[in-house]
Design a protein around this ligand. Structure first.
Ligand code: GLU
Length: 309
């Protein structure tokens, strides 16, 4: 285990260095995300024993966006057989943008759960599993993985995406065309957008990361919230597909399972040890937080976190 003092010190250094960067843009394609304060910056680390360290705006909540894909994947794996999921969603990285349609048209199956095609197909499976309670039930499953009772929905972000998400609607219709959805596109997208609009703080995400690092048990000897077999699958897909079309570079340089969201949040897992979360809303052209990316790269380097180090 890494020393508490070292973690605190490195976290502070990295926060100051990454905080000096102001490159990137807000995710204006979802109008409501363009109205957040671009200066927010928070980093949290939680170890499997339950110790948490944080710097910056740790109390600031943000929408999970694509980080919710990790939870939807864990949820569907916990409730549906692998074969059914595998018929609709694979585990191959796309090398394309997160909202790419290209490969779907070629392969007639969503490439992986970490991009929009896969997450929309998974939202449909969750509707089959839970029926009309899909949102409250999946939402409470998501909350349990962070050890909290409930997660708020940012209604304005939800409505903003519902009003403008034409590309995701196009993905929905294409999936439907290939018989990869059993429910109406509108219903499936409402669930998908609601998942993207759930809110958390970096402390909560770091706790989720620590549960994943801990084989599915909440840190500090807490409740088991995920099956270890589910955690293994989720982390594998996060490692190969979690960082959009930057996945290869990310594994090479940082070497940790991770997932980023266009709100500027980033969830990272150091298996057996730590959950790390970053939030800073200015993102690069791939959709990842510029400060968050830099901070995690530095943390991985200075704390020697790379899986193959
Ligand atoms: N709600 C966003 C979308 O579907 C999520 C994208 C992301 O965070 O990568 O466009």
């Amino acid at each position: 285990m890494r020393q508490e003092e070292t973690i605190r010190q490195v976290l502070q250094e990295v926060y100051e260095e990454a905080g000096a960067v102001d490159e990137g843009e807000l995710a204006g394609y979802i109008p409501q995300l363009a109205s957040v304060n671009p200066e927010f910056f928070a980093l949290s680390v939680c170890d499997t024993a339950g110790n948490c360290y944080a710097v910056g705006d740790r109390g600031q909540s943000f929408t999970l966006q694509s980080v919710s894909k990790v939870l939807a994947h864990a949820c569907v794996l916990s409730h549906c057989d692998e074969e059914r999921l595998g018929q609709r969603v694979g585990v191959e990285p796309t090398g394309e943008d997160f909202d790419s349609i290209v490969k779907l048209d070629q392969h007639r199956r969503a490439f992986n759960p970490m991009v929009n095609t896969g997450a929309i197909a998974i939202a449909d499976l969750l509707l089959s599993i839970y029926g009309e309670d899909a949102l409250p039930k999946s939402r409470s499953f998501f909350a349990s993985t962070m050890g909290v009772d409930s997660l708020d929905i940012d209604q304005s972000v939800f409505e903003s995406e519902l009003a403008t998400g034409e590309r995701n609607r196009a993905i929905g219709h294409l999936l439907k065309n290939f018989k990869l959805l059993d429910h109406p596109v509108k219903e499936v997208l409402e669930l998908y957008f609601a998942h993207c609009s759930l809110c958390a703080t970096t402390d909560q995400l770091a706790r989720l990361g620590a549960s994943l690092a801990n084989g599915g048990q909440l840190p500090g000897g807490g409740e088991r919230v995920l099956d270890p077999a589910v955690v293994r699958k989720v982390l594998s897909v996060m490692l190969s597909c979690g960082m959009y079309n930057d996945a290869g570079r990310w594994i090479y340089d940082v070497g940790l399972p991770a997932k980023s969201g266009v709100s500027g949040c980033l969830l990272v897992v150091v298996p057996g040890e730590l959950g790390i979360a970053a939030y800073s809303p200015r993102i690069d052209n791939r959709g990842t937080s510029v400060r968050g990316l830099m901070a995690v790269r530095l943390l991985s380097e200075r704390l020697n976190l790379h899986l193959f180090a």
